[in-house]
Write a protein that binds this ligand. Structure first.
Ligand SMILES: *Cc1c(COP(=O)(O)O)cnc(C)c1O
Length: 428
């Protein structure tokens, strides 16, 4: 067999970077097979270095919700480049993006820009602790909040994929105040509050889970968390790094009508450049330096290039009909996937909200990470490879949500469903 350019490059990368990648899931460890090295992306498609085209359902893990390399975003970036890439000083574009975020996201009255979702989550935890004067935190099994020490307890995403319950190098003292509960389990949260009176700073969660596969909050779960945290003088933080501007323009909090105290954002608000943000009630954000005593800073934070990509991505998203379109194609996609698996009697369950979808190869329902782990990951690996051969690029893990974009056409969805039908038939 001839080696492909992807194989050559990935094999050379092994000696240059740990595992040959800059972020673990990209190495395809959990699905097996050969990672694809991309050359360029456009619209709904990615092309690899061997010239093969894929319909892409990762969209750079979320940011490409308007389609890759949207001409409006690229054009605006070209203009911005002419004025320099980073000022290390205030720029007007920060005001513009901040206003857009504050207008869009119900809980956000003030916002601080950072460079990644990880940074947003580690900063928001510091803020939760600074504001309440308490140290303990509740997170949920399978939820991923970036790779900061305090969150690497029963985390999802690549941590789940690689089967690392905790990472070596994380001191026990840093995770000692991280308490965990199963997702969708209000009783467990109540118990933790009862067992740790006056000690819990707050609760953080993915309001719709995407990092343990796609798991939705059961009716009453988000409402219950809002009540329990308020009753206990603790803060509620929605980690909307994935769901922000994807589940709805105002995020999951707008979709479900539950307003947290604090929110983290990332992915879509950077439109493909590195941007994260955290925000919330003005009274809490007043703690952040230099307005208040909680220190947090960033050399490249709020740089004009990243702000430009964010602004123009949100401008495209706030056009009328955008989320209706995303909802329509995504619900058609997932209905087709479930039907195709049903035709060959493969156990499957799944769903979608707006431009986010997912399925598990098990009977379901899946309400938490424990149930997600019952899914057939071996067969998912076979499916993943079969789909790649048919030109469809799915997330290389059974525990990651899928993403659609405004660039996915009805024909792309049809072609994808054809590929699912023949792939399911092949692996059943
Ligand atoms: C991706 C993600 C993060 C981490 O963001 P990075 O930009 O990868 O650091 C945090 N929380 C959630 C919910 C995410 O999906």
């Amino acid at each position: 067999m001839n080696t492909t350019r992807s194989q050559e490059l990935f094999s050379a990368a092994q000696n240059l970077m740990p595992g040959g990648v800059s972020s673990p899931v990209r190495a395809f460890k959990s699905v097996g097979g050969q990672p694809i090295v991309f050359d360029h992306v456009k619209g709904a498609y990615a092309w690899d270095v061997d010239g093969n085209r894929y319909i892409d359902y990762i969209g750079s893990w979320g940011p490409a919700i308007c389609g890759h390399a949207h001409p409006k975003v690229i054009g605006a970036l070209r203009n911005a480049l002419g004025k320099g890439t980073s000022f290390g000083a205030p720029c007007a574009l920060e005001n513009q993006l901040a206003e857009m975020v504050i207008d869009a996201v119900p809980s956000v009255e003030m916002v601080r820009f950072v460079n990644s979702g990880t940074e947003a989550c580690m900063s928001v935890l510091r803020l939760m602790r600074a504001f309440t004067g308490r140290e303990k935190l509740i997170k949920f099994e399978g939820c991923y909040h970036g790779h900061a020490d305090m969150f690497l307890v029963k985390a999802g995403s690549g941590v789940a994929t690689l089967g690392l319950p905790d990472s070596p190098g994380v001191p026990r003292s840093t995770t000692a105040s991280t308490l965990t509960a199963p997702y969708n389990d209000l009783e467990a949260v109540k118990r933790l509050f009862a067992e740790n009176p006056g000690e819990i700073a707050g609760v953080i969660l993915e309001p719709v889970v995407g990092n343990a596969g796609f798991i939705t909050p059961e009716p009453g779960f988000l409402e219950g968390l809002r009540e329990i945290t308020t009753e206990n003088g603790a803060l509620l933080t929605f980690d909307e790094v994935m769901t922000g501007f994807r589940i709805a323009y105002g995020g999951a909090q707008a979709k479900f009508g539950i307003t947290p105290d604090l929110t983290t954002l990332g992915k879509v608000i950077g439109g493909g450049l590195p941007v994260g943000a955290y925000g919330g009630r003005a009274e809490i954000m007043a703690m952040v330096a230099p307005a208040g005593p909680m220190y947090q800073a960033g050399t490249l934070s709020g740089n004009p290039l990243a702000m430009t990509a964010g602004i123009h991505t949100l401008e495209l998203l706030r056009q009328p009909g955008t989320y209706e379109r995303l909802e329509a194609i995504t619900s058609r996609l997932i209905a087709g996937i479930l039907a195709a698996a049903g035709e060959v009697e493969l156990p499957i369950c799944g769903g979608s909200i707006s431009a986010m979808f997912g399925f598990f190869l098990c009977k379901g329902p899946v309400r938490n990470f424990e149930e997600a782990k019952a899914a057939d990951t071996v067969r998912f690996g076979q499916l993943h490879r079969a789909m790649l051969e048919r030109g469809v690029y799915l997330a290389p893990s059974a525990f990651e949500a899928g993403f659609t974009s405004l660039a996915h056409s009805d024909e792309d969805i049809d072609a994808t469903l054809d590929a699912f039908r023949s792939s399911f038939a092949q692996i059943a």
